[in-house]
Design a protein around this ligand. Structure first.
Ligand SMILES: Cc1cc2nc3c(=O)[nH]c(=O)nc-3n(C[C@H](O)[C@H](O)[C@H](O)COP(=O)(O)OP(=O)(O)OC[C@H]3O[C@@H](n4cnc5c(N)ncnc54)[C@H](O)[C@@H]3O)c2cc1C
Length: 460
C-alpha cells in the first residue's frame, strides 16, 4: 500500500467519531508509531546518503572556464561518459591575450579529438620552423621536424578568438554549456566542494551542484582563490604584452623568438598570422620587471624601434592596443587538487617556463583530469584522497619537461651563453638537428640530462 493511503487511513481513524474510546486511543497510538517510523527512516536515509556520497548532484563534473584546458577536459570527459556542465563568464567567440602559437603538443590532442581538419578550415598559419636570434644579432632557423623523425612536426598560429571558439563550439555540441555565466562562489559542505554559485549579471544567482568541480578558469582562478590556493610568486610568474600588426616585412611561416638584450630573462616574439597580420609581444619574469622598475609597454615599443627590427616595422600598422596579461609558470609544483575539486591549465600554473607555451600543457592537464574524473565519479567518494591520482599523473607527465625548461630559463639570463648557443646552431647542422629533436621530443631523456651532451654540442 502507498504510504499516502496508509496516512489517510489513520487520519480517518482519528477523525471518525469513535465507536468507543479504546478504538480512538488505538488509532492515535498507531498513527504516532507510523509517523515516528517515517521520520526515523527519512533521517536515516539522509544521513546514509551524505556519508556514502549518494547525494543527488546535478552533474558529475562542472568545469569552470571554457578556454583550451576546460574545453579539452569537457571533450575527453564526454568520451568517458560523464555528465558534464562547462561554464564560462564570457560569450564565445572572445579574445584572450596570447601569442596564439599552437604547438606540436597541442596538435597531438587536436588530432586525438578529430579537430585538426576543423582548425585547418579556420583562419590560421601552419608553421614548420622556428627562428631564433641572439642578443648579439645572430639568426638561425630550425625546422620542427628533425631529420630522423618518422612523422612531420608542425604547429599553427591561430588567433585565440578563433581557436578557443573552435574548441568551445565543439564542446557545446557534446556537453551542456553555459556562456556569459560568471562563477562567484562555491558550494561547500564540511570543506568539500559540491558545486558552484554564479550569475549572468542580470538574473539572481544560481546554485548548481556536482560531484567534482574543475577549475579551468585561468591565472586569476576564482576556484583557487575561494579555496585559498591562489598565489602570485614573482619568481615564477611572467608578465607579457601582445599586439597585432599588419604589414611587418620579411615574414615567413616560421615563428620568431628573439632574445633581446634588455629583456632577459624573457624574449620578444613575432608570429605570422593570416592576411598579412602578425602577433607581436614580449614577456619577462615579474621579479625582474619589479627589480628594474620596467614598463613592458615601453619595452615593447622600444623593441619594434630598435636597430634590429626598425626596418621591418617601418610601415607596420598597429591593430588595436598593446595589451598585457599574466603567465603563471610551471617552474614550481603547486597543489592542484583537494576535496571535491581539481585545477587545470593556468589555474594550476602549468605554463612552460622557457617557451611560455601554456595551451599544450593545459590541454594535457584536461585529458589527464578526464581520465581520473571518470574513475572517481564511478565511486562514492570525491575527496582529496580519491583525486590525488590527478596530481600524481600530472606531475609524472609534465614535471620532467617543466624542470628542464626552468633550467633553460635560468641559462637564458646569461647573454654570452645565448650568443654561444644560437651562434653554434647557426654554424653547425648537428646542433640544429639536436635542438629540433629536443623540440619534437625525439631526443632521449638521458642525452638531454647529460652535461656532456651540451659540452660536445657547444665546443667540439
Ligand atoms: C601574452 C601571452 C602570450 C602567450 N603566448 C602563448 C603561445 O603563443 N602559445 C601557448 O601555448 N601559450 C601562450 N600563452 C599562455 C596561454 O595563453 C595560456 O597558458 C592558456 O590560455 C591557458 O588556457 P586555460 O584554458 O588554462 O586558461 P584561459 O585560456 O585563461 O581560459 C580561462 C577561461 O576561464 C574563464 N573564466 C575565468 N573566470 C571565470 C569565472 N569566474 N567564471 C566563469 N568563467 C571564468 C575565462 O573567461 C576564460 O575563458 C601566452 C600567455 C600570454 C599572457
Amino acid at each position: 500500500m502507498q504510504s499516502w493511503s496508509i496516512l489517510s487511513y489513520f487520519i480517518k481513524l482519528i477523525k471518525i467519531k469513535p465507536v468507543c474510546k479504546v478504538a480512538h486511543k488505538f488509532g492515535v497510538i498507531l498513527f504516532a508509531i507510523f509517523a515516528s517510523g517515517i521520520y526515523i527512516l527519512y533521517s536515516l536515509n539522509s544521513i546514509l546518503t551524505k556519508e556514502s556520497g549518494n547525494m543527488q548532484f546535478d552533474y558529475d563534473v562542472i568545469i569552470v572556464g571554457g578556454g583550451p584546458s576546460g574545453a579539452t577536459c569537457a571533450l575527453y570527459a564526454k568520451r568517458h561518459g560523464l555528465r558534464v556542465l562547462l561554464v564560462d563568464k564570457k560569450k564565445f567567440p572572445r579574445d584572450k591575450i596570447c601569442g596564439d602559437a599552437i604547438s606540436g603538443k597541442s596538435v597531438t590532442y587536436l588530432r586525438e579529438l578529430d579537430l585538426l581538419d576543423k582548425l585547418e578550415a579556420r583562419p590560421q598559419v601552419r608553421s614548420n620552423s622556428v627562428t631564433f636570434s641572439s642578443p648579439n644579432g645572430t639568426v638561425v632557423t630550425i625546422p620542427f621536424t628533425p631529420p630522423s623523425a618518422e612523422r612531420q612536426s608542425y604547429g599553427y598560429v591561430c588567433r585565440r578568438e578563433v581557436f578557443d571558439d573552435l574548441l568551445f563550439k565543439e564542446a557545446q555540441q557534446q556537453v551542456e554549456t553555459m556562456e556569459a555565466f560568471a562563477v562567484t562562489d562555491l558550494v561547500l559542505k564540511n570543506g568539500q566542494v559540491q558545486g558552484i554559485v554564479g550569475n549572468n549579471g542580470t538574473t539572481a544567482s544560481k546554485t548548481i551542484t556536482a560531484k567534482i568541480v574543475v577549475g579551468a578558469d585561468g591565472y586569476n582562478s576564482i576556484i583557487s582563490r575561494k579555496l585559498g590556493f591562489y598565489e602570485h610568486d614573482p619568481l615564477h610568474w611572467v608578465v607579457a604584452t601582445r599586439a597585432y600588426y599588419r604589414s611587418v616585412t620579411d615574414m615567413t611561416d616560421a615563428i620568431e623568438i628573439h632574445f633581446v638584450r634588455d629583456i632577459l630573462p624573457g624574449y620578444f616574439w613575432i608570429f605570422p598570422l593570416e592576411n598579412n597580420m602578425v602577433n607581436v609581444g614580449l614577456g619577462m619574469l615579474h621579479s625582474e620587471i619589479k627589480r628594474r622598475n620596467l614598463s613592458l609597454r615601453k619595452a615593447h615599443i622600444a623593441a619594434t624601434e630598435s636597430d634590429f627590427f626598425r626596418k621591418r616595422f617601418e610601415h607596420a600598422e598597429l591593430i588595436g592596443d598593446i595589451s598585457g596579461w599574466n603567465l603563471p609558470m610551471g617552474s614550481k609544483k603547486r597543489k592542484v587538487h583537494g576535496d571535491g575539486f581539481i585545477l587545470l591549465g593556468d589555474a594550476a600554473g602549468l605554463i612552460d617556463p622557457f617557451s611560455g607555451e601554456g595551451i599544450g600543457n593545459g590541454m594535457c592537464s584536461g585529458k589527464i583530469a578526464a581520465e581520473v574524473l571518470a574513475r572517481v565519479c564511478k565511486g562514492e567518494k570525491y575527496d582529496a584522497t580519491s583525486l590525488a591520482a590527478y596530481e600524481t599523473q600530472l606531475w609524472e607527465r609534465l614535471w620532467p619537461e617543466l624542470n628542464m625548461s626552468y633550467t633553460l630559463q635560468k641559462i637564458g639570463r646569461f647573454q654570452p651563453l645565448l650568443n654561444l648557443v644560437v651562434g653554434r646552431a647557426a654554424r653547425n647542422k648537428e646542433v640544429r638537428d639536436w635542438i629540433a629533436g629536443m623540440m619534437a621530443g625525439t631526443q632521449s631523456k638521458e642525452s638531454m640530462r647529460s652535461p656532456l651532451t651540451y659540452l660536445k654540442l657547444l665546443f667540439k
